[in-house]
Design a binder for this molecule. Structure first.
Ligand SMILES: CC(C)c1ccc(C(=O)O)c(O)c1O
Ligand SMILES: [Fe+2]
Length: 285
C-alpha cells in the first residue's frame, strides 16, 4: 500500500504566464513565492509553494502528493511499475523546480499526471496575499475520471485513500483527517477538474462572491453549502478555464474506524443544500 500524507501542489501549464500571475494574485489572492525562468510559484499557507504556473501547454497539469521516506518513494515506484504504469524518476533539476528532494511521476488509470514527492519544502511562515481573500491553505483537488470505480480502486487499494462520502459514484477521499484531499468526478478527459483553497469563514465566502462578480469573473457554483463535507463554498473560473473553489468549515474525521462513507445524490441537492445548482460540466448528469 502506497502511504500518501497529503496533497501538496498543483502545476498548471499556461500560454499567458503574466495573465495567470495577475489572476492568481489579484483575484484568487495567492502570494508570489518566487519567479523563475518560465514559471511563477505561489504560496497559500506555510508551505514554500502550493501552486506553480509554468509556460507551456494548458493541458499539462500535475498534482503532487507527499510520501514519507525515500524508501517508501522507491517502493511506490516499483509497485506502480509492477502494475504496468510508466514511472519517471525526476532529475535533480526537476526536483529543484518542484522544491522537493525526490519525486516520481506517472499517470493514474484515467491518465491524470500524478507526482509522488519526498520532503516538499516548507517556510513555516504564513502567507500574505495582497488581496484579503482569507485563504488558510490549499486543501484538495478534483480529478477527472473516465471510470470512477476503477479509479476509486486505484486510490484506495494501491494507495491509502479512504472514501469519506460518494456523490453518485463520485468518491470524496481522505488521506488524513480532512474530509477529502482527492475528489473524483466523471469526465471524458484527464485533467484537474478543480483546485480548492480553504478560507477562514463564511464572511470570506460572501466577500469573495461579491468581489469576483464585480471583477467579471465567471461564478460557476455558489455560494452554497456541501452536505458532504459541511463546507460553505464558491466556485469560479480561472486562467485557461480552470475551476477554483473556496470553501470553509470542511468536516474533519477523527473517528477513523467508526466513520461510514455516505451516499449522496448526483444532482443539485447532493452538491448543495442551500439550493444552488452547479454550472460546471463535470457536475451535471
Ligand atoms: C465537486 C463537487 C461539487 C464537490 C462536492 C462536495 C465537496 C465537499 O463536500 O466539500 C466538494 O469540495 C466538491 O468540490
Ligand atoms: Fe471541492
Amino acid at each position: 500500500m502506497i502511504e500518501l500524507r497529503d496533497v501538496v501542489y498543483c502545476r498548471l501549464g499556461t500560454t499567458d504566464l503574466a495573465g495567470a500571475e495577475w489572476y492568481a494574485v489579484n483575484i484568487l489572492g495567492l502570494e508570489v513565492a518566487e519567479r523563475r525562468k518560465g514559471a511563477v510559484y505561489f504560496k497559500s499557507d506555510a508551505r514554500a509553494h502550493t501552486l506553480c504556473y509554468f509556460e507551456g501547454d494548458p493541458t499539462d497539469q500535475m498534482t503532487a502528493f507527499e510520501i514519507g521516506t525515500a524508501q517508501d518513494l522507491h517502493t511506490a515506484g516499483a509497485t506502480l511499475e509492477a502494475l504496468g504504469h510508466d514511472v519517471y524518476y525526476g532529475t535533480r533539476a526537476e526536483c529543484e523546480a518542484r522544491m522537493v528532494r525526490e519525486f516520481i511521476r506517472f499517470r493514474d488509470p484515467t491518465g491524470n499526471v500524478i507526482e509522488f514527492v519526498l520532503r516538499p519544502e516548507t517556510t513555516g511562515l504564513d502567507y500574505h496575499g495582497s488581496r484579503n481573500a482569507g485563504i488558510t491553505g490549499f486543501s484538495h483537488v478534483g480529478l477527472c475520471s473516465s471510470d470512477l470505480a476503477r479509479d476509486e480502486h486505484f486510490w484506495t487499494s494501491v494507495c491509502n485513500a479512504r472514501v469519506s462520502d460518494r456523490i453518485g459514484d463520485a468518491p470524496l477521499m481522505r488521506l488524513g483527517t480532512i474530509h477529502h484531499s482527492i475528489a473524483l468526478f466523471p469526465f471524458h478527459r484527464a485533467g484537474i477538474q478543480h483546485i480548492n483553497h480553504q478560507v477562514g469563514s463564511t464572511d470570506d465566502i460572501q466577500r469573495s462572491f461579491h468581489f469576483v462578480r464585480e471583477n467579471q469573473v465567471n461564478i460557476t457554483f455558489g455560494p452554497g453549502a456541501h452536505p458532504t463535507s459541511s463546507a460553505e463554498f464558491l466556485y469560479f473560473t480561472g486562467p485557461e478555464g480552470m475551476t477554483f473553489e473556496y470553501s470553509t468549515g470542511v468536516r474533519e474525521i477523527h473517528d477513523e474506524p467508526a466513520w461510514r462513507d455516505r451516499q449522496f445524490h448526483f444532482e443539485p441537492k447532493g452538491f448543495c443544500h442551500w439550493g444552488s445548482a452547479p454550472q460546471i460540466a463535470a457536475f451535471k448528469k
